[in-house]
Design a protein around this ligand. Structure first.
Ligand SMILES: *Cc1c(COP(=O)(O)O)cnc(C)c1O
Length: 393
């Protein structure tokens, strides 16, 4: 399926071999274990010499169809899935890192990822260096001192900063380091990091891939050997995706390109509207020419994505008045769904951090994260306008 566009692949890829009884849809296989009348065949499947399924913690047909679709969308050799995005991240890191290794990443990764860097990896005597997001010179300097792994997330959550994947990957390769990229915000529609030379792409499938805020999941894609190692870590540690979640994510993914295109069209118009509004202090969206990483976005992304954030002039008091007034938005710790979803960074992406840590990351306490849905843009803007008008501070 290499030559097909991702719009086509999101509908068709990965499904054919899982269709049974003439069904046009992949079934949810709710079976913990799989039956073998032939003991020798059972053995061959169990040791991996023959295709098939043994036990649900290892593999499941519905889950595998999900993996095959993401694999096609990311132009990858292999993919393996997890119960959540954080399981994908932690299992991948723990597969490749060991005591004494050094990892380099950015300061404003997703809050949970940041906790792994600050709390759990140091406990295993893994040296973590975090640099300012977007300071490529500093990152290159750190990479040149030597490291095992460079971990990127671009665009970031919630201020939508970017890293030049190609540039950092070149630096990492020159010292023999691997590169992992959290591609959750960009989606495979806007960015395929494997094509830029990285070793592993990670997604929280909970967000844009699923798109309907009704299933948790994570997935990683890359070269066969690496993905096999990560799969092995996961099959033993047990952070396996549930077949029902796989089905919901698989169904959601069929409209991935349609949704992402509409979400980013809406996000740009919302960002432009907010940029001119007197009650808004600052807007962060890579599609705005005023965004400090606009040029990087233009170079490495097919579109600017559905995520933006903005700071209100009246800070937290203004946020307290503004958010409850929105009628066309869920106030929730989620993003990437068909419904517009908003939340302050201090209660969503960076709830794990202290006020001081957020300040150090350049996240104002009054920052609102806005995940544009697929609603009509005039309706969204009218809703924002009336909610902004209600601010009295
Ligand atoms: C949500 C998110 C995660 C974690 O995913 P879960 O499915 O919630 O575990 C990781 N990275 C990014 C960028 C996210 O937005």
């Amino acid at each position: 399926m290499k030559k097909l566009d991702n719009a086509t692949k999101s509908v068709w890829a990965g499904e054919k071999e899982y269709l049974v009884h003439g069904a046009t849809q992949v079934p949810v296989v709710h079976s913990v274990a799989f039956n073998y009348d032939d003991v020798d065949e059972w053995y061959e499947v169990a040791i991996g010499n023959k295709k098939g399924h043994i036990y649900g913690r290892n593999t499941n047909p519905t889950v595998q169809a999900f993996e095959d679709k993401v694999k096609a969308l990311e132009h990858a050799e292999a993919a393996t899935s997890f119960s959540t995005g954080m399981a994908a991240i932690s299992n991948s890191l723990l597969t490749v890192l060991k005591p004494g290794d050094r990892i380099i990443s950015i300061k404003d990764t997703y809050g949970g990822t940041n906790k792994i860097f600050s709390e759990f990896l140091p406990r295993l005597q893994i040296d973590v260096t975090l640099v300012e997001t977007g300071n490529h010179e500093e990152m290159e300097k750190e990479i040149n001192k030597g490291c095992k792994l460079v971990y990127l997330e671009t665009p970031t959550n919630p201020t939508v900063k970017l890293t030049d994947i190609n540039r950092i990957t070149k630096a990492a390769k020159s010292v023999g380091a691997m590169v992992f990229v959290d591609n959750t915000f960009a989606t495979p529609i806007n960015q395929n990091p494997l094509k830029l030379g990285v070793d592993l792409v990670i997604h929280s499938a909970t967000k844009f891939l699923g798109g309907h805020a009704d299933a948790l999941g994570g997935v990683v894609c890359g070269e066969e050997g690496l993905v096999k190692d990560i799969y092995h870590y996961r099959e033993i540690n047990g952070a396996t995706m549930d077949p029902m979640a796989a089905y919901l994510l698989l169904r959601g993914m069929k409209t991935l390109k349609l949704r992402v295109e509409k979400q980013q069209e809406n996000a740009l118009k919302v960002a432009e509207f907010l940029s001119t509004h007197p009650k808004v202090e600052q807007v962060f969206y890579p599609g705005l020419t005023t965004h400090k990483h606009h040029d990087i976005a233009k170079k490495q992304m097919n579109g600017y994505g559905g995520m933006l954030s903005f700071a209100l002039k009246g800070e937290l008091d203004a946020v307290r008045q503004f958010l409850p007034k929105l009628e066309l938005a869920h106030r929730a710790a989620n993003l990437g769904a068909v419904e517009t979803t908003v939340g302050p960074a201090r209660t969503t992406s960076h709830v794990e951090n202290t006020k001081e840590e957020r300040a150090a990351l350049g996240i104002p306490e009054g920052l609102v994260r806005y995940s544009a849905g697929i609603e009509d843009i005039q309706d969204l803007i009218a809703d924002l306008k009336q909610a902004l008008d209600a601010i009295t501070v």
